[in-house]
Structure formats: structure tokens, C-alpha cells
Design a protein around this ligand. Structure first.
Ligand code: NAP
Ligand code: ZN
Length: 359
């Protein structure tokens, strides 16, 4: 058992690169004055959790307690906490710390701070340097600066995935003008991130085309998610017919895939935002983007401010993820299914409703 001197905590952890999760006892860090203690209610399973527990990115620090799409209720606050009180419904996303003094932090872009501390599998030097433990556990202690408020009226299970998937697509859409009515947005990969991008795009009044490898998702994409068109990325005829039609593309694909055919879909000066994290390098030939003056840009989650704004927007427009709610003891099956692209469109663990019984 790993001790940090705080409250007893119980979650599920991966012990090695098989990624298999099993029950794990530890303790939280000792709460400081500016900390909020949160009872975890729901936690989404992001493909990043899968990459990390299987050590796809070579950075796993086992035991890894995954989870960074957290919705919970505040159970305690330190004396210096000003924004939250016990009983508040709150969210925690991909990170729980940053240096607070660099240029990025000064501009409110904590997500681009070199010292950003991921919620799970991160090293929190300001708090003892023990790897952080995420939301696949019953309790988490977080500095209030990295906690967001969940607006009233949102379904909590459907909101959990917004804390990472939601802000990861919302933030670059806002930054790159992919929030303007009438513009044409392409969304590559209809998974956890992609399906939320479709919903935001439609709420912004855009034309949205899904670019997918899964023909079986076409009907749902159009009828349930509101997409206008659906292209099969491996069908050269369909792709050719859409050449030069899109103002911007969000690429959410988790595995290696060719991006040259995607860049061909952009209008001149259009931009493709890559948010997926394939472990194998993508190929970017100059001819695919230089002649059209096209941009290829990355984006990493979003700031705390972006996350709060995204939740307010979701609250106003009734946006939530499409979820399959599971108990903790189903988590290994869920991860296997996520790996096989067998989820519509996000698994969410009912943490509070299942951890006790799974112990
Ligand atoms: P996900 O639910 O598994 O969705 C990924 C989608 O990619 C799949 O649904 C599938 O869509 C498509 N896909 C999978 N394998 C493919 C292949 N070989 N070729 C083409 N398309 C393929 O994953 P997610 O949770 O949305 O995460 C997606 C990626 O974003 C992951 O790499 C994750 O680590 C990363 N991520 C990044 C950030 C960030 O801040 N930048 C934040 C969160 C997640 P179709 O069936 O429609 O083809
Ligand atoms: Zn994530």
C-alpha cells in the first residue's frame, strides 16, 4: 500500500504493461489550505488511460490508477479555499497542477505549462513527488485552482467525459475559429472525442462531416449525433468527392493513419488540428500542405478556463456524451472493448456506486 499520509483511498490500478487493473489501496496526500477533497462519483475512460496503462507512450509509473474525466462532490475544503464548499458538484480534468509562474500559466494556459501535473500518472513535485492517482478511485485531493464547477441540470454520468474529451475538442475549436456558423468542420474518428466534437460543431451552427473507418457508425452519426455527412476514410472515391470542401478538421484518431488524404479535404488555408496521440509517427509530406497554405497544428486538452467555459456551453445547449455506464469490476472488459473500437461512445465508471461492492 502506498501511503501519502492523508485519507485512506481505494481504487483500481494497473501494475504492468498488460494494463490489467485490480483493486488497490493507497492514501491521498494530506490536504493543504487551498485543497478540495472530492468524493468521486463518475469517471470516464479516455483512450489516453489505455495508452498509459499499456505503456504505449513509455511513461507509465506503475501502479497506475487511471482516470481524468472526474465528476464528484466536494466533501471537505481547506481554510484558504474560496470558490468551493462541501456539497458542491465539481469536475477535475486531465491535470491537477502547474507551476503558476511561467508565461503559459500567466496567460491562463496551464495546459501548456512545462510543469503541468497530470491527474493520473503525473509527478506532483509540489506535493511529495509521488505519482498522482486518478479517478478510478473513491477520493481525490486537488488544489482548488484545478477544479471546475458543474453547472446545474447536467446529467453527471454524461458530463464526466466532457472533462477531457469535451475540452480537448472545444478548446481548439474556439482557438481556430471552428465555432462559426456556416463553416464546414471535418471530424476524424468517431470515438469519445470525435462524437463530442460533432455535438459542439452542430451547437455552433456548423456543417459537420464525420470521417470514419466504421461504416456501422453512419446512421447514428447522422440521426442521433446530428452530423450532416459521413465519409469512409478508406474509400478513395468518397474522399475525392469531398476534396477542398472543409474549413477545418479535428483529427482524434488514436492509432497511426494516413493524414495526406485528410489534408486534401481542406480548403486553401484550412487547418487540421491533431489531438489524437498515436504512438507511431504520422507522415506529413510537404506537398500535402505547402501548396494550399494549409496548417497542421496540435492541441493539448484545454485550460481550466476553457474547461469551465465548455461546461457552461454544454449546460446551455444540453450537451452530454453518449455513455455506457459500467461498474468498476467491468473495467478490464471495457478497456478491451475500447481497444477494439467497440464503444458508443464513452465508457463511464459509476465509481461511487460500485467501488465498495468490488472491494
Ligand atoms: P476512442 O474513443 O478510442 O476514439 C478513437 C477513434 O479513432 C475510434 O473511435 C475510431 O473512429 C478511430 N480509429 C481507431 N483506430 C483507427 C485506425 N487504425 N485508423 C483510423 N481511425 C482509427 O479514443 P478517444 O478517447 O476519443 O481518444 C482519441 C485519441 O486522442 C487518443 O490517442 C487519446 O490518447 C488522444 N487524446 C488526446 C488528448 C489531447 O489533449 N490532445 C486528450 C484526450 C485524448 P472510427 O471508428 O470513426 O474510425
Ligand atoms: Zn483524456
Amino acid at each position: 500500500m502506498e501511503e501519502q499520509g492523508g485519507q485512506a483511498a481505494f481504487g483500481w490500478a494497473a501494475r504492468d504493461a498488460t494494463g490489467v487493473l485490480s483493486p488497490y489501496s493507497f492514501s491521498t496526500r494530506v490536504p493543504k489550505d487551498d485543497d478540495v477533497t472530492i468524493k468521486v462519483l463518475y469517471c470516464g475512460i479516455c483512450h489516453t488511460d489505455l495508452h498509459i496503462i499499456k505503456n504505449d507512450w513509455g511513461n507509465a509509473m506503475y501502479p497506475v490508477v487511471p482516470g481524468h474525466e472526474i465528476v464528484g462532490v466536494v466533501t471537505g475544503v481547506g481554510g484558504g479555499v474560496t470558490r468551493f464548499k462541501a456539497g458542491d458538484t465539481v469536475g477535475v480534468g486531465y491535470f491537477v497542477g502547474s507551476c503558476r509562474s511561467c508565461d503559459s500559466c500567466g496567460k491562463g494556459n496551464e495546459n501548456y505549462c512545462a510543469g503541468v501535473v497530470p491527474t493520473s500518472n503525473g509527478v506532483d513535485h509540489a506535493h511529495g513527488g509521488v505519482p498522482t492517482k486518478g479517478g478510478f478511485s473513491d477520493v481525490i485531493v486537488v488544489n482548488e485552482h484545478y477544479v471546475v464547477r458543474v453547472p446545474d441540470g447536467l446529467a453527471l454520468d454524461r458530463t464526466a467525459p466532457l472533462l477531457c474529451a469535451g475540452v480537448t475538442v472545444y478548446s481548439p475549436m474556439m482557438r481556430h475559429g471552428l465555432n462559426e456558423p456556416g463553416k464546414h468542420l471535418g471530424v476524424v474518428g468517431l470515438g469519445g472525442l470525435g462524437h463530442v466534437a460533432v455535438k459542439f460543431g452542430k451547437a455552433f451552427g456548423m456543417k459537420v462531416t464525420v470521417i470514419s473507418t466504421s461504416a456501422s457508425k453512419r446512421q447514428e452519426a447522422i440521426e442521433n449525433l446530428g452530423a450532416d455527412e459521413f465519409l469512409i476514410s478508406r474509400d478513395p472515391e468518397q474522399m475525392k468527392a469531398a476534396t477542398g470542401t472543409m474549413d477545418g478538421i479535428i483529427d482524434t484518431v488514436s492509432a497511426w493513419h494516413p493524414i495526406t488524404p485528410l489534408l486534401a479535404l481542406l480548403k486553401p488555408l484550412g487547418e487540421m488540428v491533431i489531438v489524437g496521440g498515436p504512438s507511431k509517427p504520422l507522415e506529413l509530406p510537404a506537398y500535402a500542405f505547402v501548396p494550399g497554405g494549409k496548417g497542421v497544428v496540435g492541441s493539448n486538452v484545454g485550460s481550466v478556463g476553457d474547461c469551465q467555459a465548455m461546461l457552461e456551453f454544454a449546460g446551455k445547449h444540453g450537451i452530454g456524451a453518449e455513455v455506457e455506464v459500467i461498474k468498476m469490476d467491468y473495467v478490464n472488459t471495457a478497456i478491451e472493448r475500447l481497444e477494439k473500437n467497440d464503444v458508443r461512445y464513452r465508457f463511464v465508471i459509476d465509481v461511487a456506486g460500485s467501488l465498495g461492492s468490488a472491494a
